[in-house]
Design a protein around this ligand. Structure first.
Ligand SMILES: [Fe+2]
Ligand SMILES: [Fe+2]
Length: 199
């Protein structure tokens, strides 16, 4: 799917499934940001124009599939919010740059690549997504658990020896399934290389 139809699809799911106060303000902010053109990573999954919106839609599809598979009841609104907004930390985060590389004939050519230029260091990844969303709409405790733990074992707190993510998974099936949806979207649907990591 191209960027335009992904954008249309993203906005229509938001308007159909999310009824919460602040939805339109958040959509307006996304429209003014680079959300619909940003990549999902610099060189791993979805590292192309529009990759972030496409990844969010893929996570949404995967989450609905997993919720059905495990017969886990959650509101349609919560599923849409946690899946579509879990990576808002990546808005205004990547920048296109260029560097000179040698082509197959040994000639120097200019090549575009994505790099990180953090414009709003509000928190680390998942925390930052929660902070951004809550500037527009109030999240429920279950939604906060899900977004906070969506990186699972890749969360930076795990490296420091924290058990937070495991404690969240014990309390929230939605959190566990959002993490699984993020993994399957990243590695099965979007990954350029099977060895890549989520970021
Ligand atoms: Fe993420
Ligand atoms: Fe993600």
């Amino acid at each position: 799917m191209n960027s335009d139809s992904n954008k249309e699809n993203f906005i229509s799911i938001c308007r159909e499934k999310i009824r919460r106060t602040g939805r339109e303000e958040l959509l307006e902010w996304l429209e003014l940001s680079d959300f619909f053109s940003a990549p999902a990573s610099t060189k791993y999954h979805g590292c192309c124009e529009g990759g972030l919106c496409e990844h969010s839609l893929n996570v949404y599809d995967q989450l609905l599939l997993l919720l059905r598979t495990y017969n886990l009841t959650t509101s349609e609104e919560a599923a849409a919010i946690v899946a579509l907004f879990h990576d808002l930390c990546k808005v205004n985060f990547y920048k296109k740059s260029t560097r000179n590389v040698k082509d197959e004939n040994g000639k120097w050519v200019e090549k575009e690549f994505w790099t990180i230029e953090e414009q709003s260091p509000l928190g680390d990844h998942a925390d930052k997504s929660i902070i951004i969303i809550q500037q527009f709409m109030k999240l429920t405790e279950q939604e906060i658990y899900a977004i906070r733990a969506h990186m699972g074992g890749f969360d930076t707190s795990v490296k420091g020896g924290s058990y937070l993510i495991g404690k969240i998974f014990e309390k929230s099936g939605l959190a566990l399934l959002l993490h699984c949806a993020d993994l399957t979207a990243t590695y099965l649907l979007e990954s350029r290389s099977k060895e890549s990591v989520t970021n």
